[in-house]
Design a protein around this ligand. Sequence first.
Ligand code: ACO
Length: 321
Amino acid sequence: MSFYIAGTGSALPEKIVSNEDLTAFLDTSDEWIFTRTGIHNRRVLTHETLNDLAILSARRALEDAGVTGQEVGLILCATMRGDTVTPSLACVVAEAIGSRAPAFDVNAACVGVLYCMEIADSFIATGKADTVLIVSAEAMSKLLDWKDRSTCVLFGDGSGALVLRKGAGRLAGVLSTDPDSHVIRMPNIEGMNSPYNEHAPEPLAMHMDGGEVYKFAVNAMGRNIAEVCRLAQLAPGDIDWYLPHQANIRIIDASLRKFRIGKEKVLVNITDYGNMSATSISVLLDEYARRGTFKRGDKLLFVAFGAGLTSGAVIVEWGKD
Ligand code: ACO
C-alpha cells in the first residue's frame, strides 16, 4: 500500500514572453526555436517571487484534495534553487499552510517531482506519513545567461503541486543517475567572499552541451519507460497517458517512437511554457487533471531526465484510493 494522487494545483507568473519578444535582444527567431524545440512562449517571473508561486500552487492542490495544512504529514519541494538557501522552500510552504510536518527540498533538477514521489512512497509505505504534499517550483529565468541564445530560449518559470494520500495508486517507480555530470553544469557563486577560498569566482549561469543532453535524454527516457513497465508488469501499450518531461518536443517524439505509442496518449504543453525543469511534469498533470482527461483506473506514466544527470519514471493508477 502506498499512495494515490488526491489533488493537483499550479501557479504561473503573469508575464508571457514569446519567441518573437526574445528577438529584441537575441540573435534568434521564432522559426529556429519552434522547429528545434516546439516552444513558442514561456512564463517569466517579474513582480512575483518563487515563494509566492509555490505557496499558491500548494494551496490549490490542498483545496483540490480537500485536505488542510494540518493533515499533511510530509512536505517535499522539488527545486534547484529557492528564493533563499534557508529557510528551504519546503519550510516556507509549511509555514504558509499552517503545517508542522517535516519539510525539505529535493534537488534532482527536472526529475525532482519523480524523486519526491518515490520518497513519499517510502514515507507512506513505512507508516511515517499518510498525506504528502509535493511542490515543485523553479525560477529558471534567474539561473540563465540571457546573452546565451543556446540556453535561455529553452526555459520558463512556474510552480506545480500535488497531494498524495495513502492508497493503491502507485504501481511502480524507478530512479537513477548517469555519470556525465559535465554536460549540464551550473556553478554556485556563494562562498566567494571567504578569505580562505582559492577558487576563481564563476558567474551563475547554465552551461549545457545540447547535443549530448539530447542523446542522453532519448536514451534515458526509453530505458526508464521499459524498466518501469517491467516492474509494473505492464506493456508500454497498456499505459493510458504518458506525461513526459517537457524539454523538447523532438526528444519526446524520439523517446516514444520505438514503443509505437499513439500521439493522442502523449500529453504536452511545452509550446506554452518551455522547459520549467521540475515543474514541467506537475503543471502538465494539473492542467490535464483539471480538464477531466483522466478517468478512474487510467494508468499514467511519468518519465523525466535532467541535470545531474538524473532520470526516472513512475506509473500511477488514477483514483486508486
Ligand atoms: N537561435 C538561433 N540559432 C541558434 C540558437 C538560437 N536560440 N541557439 C543556437 N543556435 C545556433 C548555434 O549557434 C548553431 O550555429 P552554428 O551551426 O553556426 O554553430 C546552430 O544554431 C545549430 O545548433 P545546434 O546545437 O546544432 O542545434 P540543435 O538542432 O542540436 O538544437 C537544442 C539545439 C535545441 C539545444 C537541442 O540540442 C536540445 O534540445 N538539446 C537538449 C536540451 C535539453 O533538453 N536540456 C534540458 C536540460 S534539463 C536542465 O537543465 C534542468
